[in-house]
Design a protein around this ligand. Structure first.
Ligand SMILES: Cc1cc2nc3c(=O)[nH]c(=O)nc-3n(C[C@H](O)[C@H](O)[C@H](O)COP(=O)(O)O)c2cc1C
Length: 181
């Protein structure tokens, strides 16, 4: 039985939901998986030796990631480099399948460029548009970006672009990652 920890940053809850789905897929295979908010992990610390693999996930907000994600990766650069670790990015640009490839996704390229820790294994996951839950300014800004990129602009739109079967398959991929550890 392998032990896997998912560390995530989620602003609106969707990245947390994706993390839970990965966790459930891993636990369904009789492995042990837990998830923890990056902010909580930064405060409480991590027992690195306990985990065979670690997953770090974060949502994209205005073209980048919350600074707590970069700070965490810098602080724990050594542990992350020594372990089997995968990084996943959640963004709505990835609603277009070709944007789930590293060469076409500027947010994943940006993470690799700016992060002190350079992930060896990555996954790009399409997130959720939820205008009614976002503040009016955020909603307006994203609708403007969507207008330019042919996305939904209806202010009442709630669209989940996540391919949940693919998220579960990613969980199984993480189990295989522990074999290399
Ligand atoms: C304020 C804000 C800014 C966002 N900026 C981007 C962006 O620049 N590019 C993008 O592809 N998605 C962007 N998104 C979409 C989020 O990445 C997507 O909604 C994701 O599912 C949010 O995850 P969360 O619920 O865990 O915060 C943005 C969302 C919000 C609320």
């Amino acid at each position: 039985m392998k032990s896997i920890l998912i560390l995530y940053y989620s602003r609106g809850g969707h990245t947390a939901r994706i993390s839970r789905h990965i966790m459930q897929a891993i636990n369904a295979q009789q492995h042990h998986c837990e998830m923890m908010d990056i902010t909580e992990a930064s405060k409480e610390g991590i027992e690195w030796d306990k985990w065979d693999a670690v997953v770090v996930g974060a949502c994209v907000l205005y073209g980048t990631y919350d600074k707590s994600v970069f700070a965490f990766c810098e602080q724990h650069q050594q542990q992350l480099t020594e372990k089997a670790v995968s990084f996943f990015s959640v963004n709505v640009v990835a609603r277009k399948p070709e944007k789930r490839l590293l060469e076409n996704n500027k947010y994943m390229q940006k993470f690799i460029r700016l992060s002190a820790w350079k992930p060896q294994d990555i996954k790009i996951i399409a997130g959720k548009v939820d205008y009614p839950s976002w503040g009016w300014l955020d909603s307006l800004m994203i609708r403007l970006i969507m207008k330019i990129t042919d996305g939904p602009t209806d202010p009442t739109a709630v669209i989940d672009y996540t391919d949940w079967d693919d998220v579960a398959a990613y969980g199984e991929h993480i189990i295989r990652l522990t074999d290399k550890a």
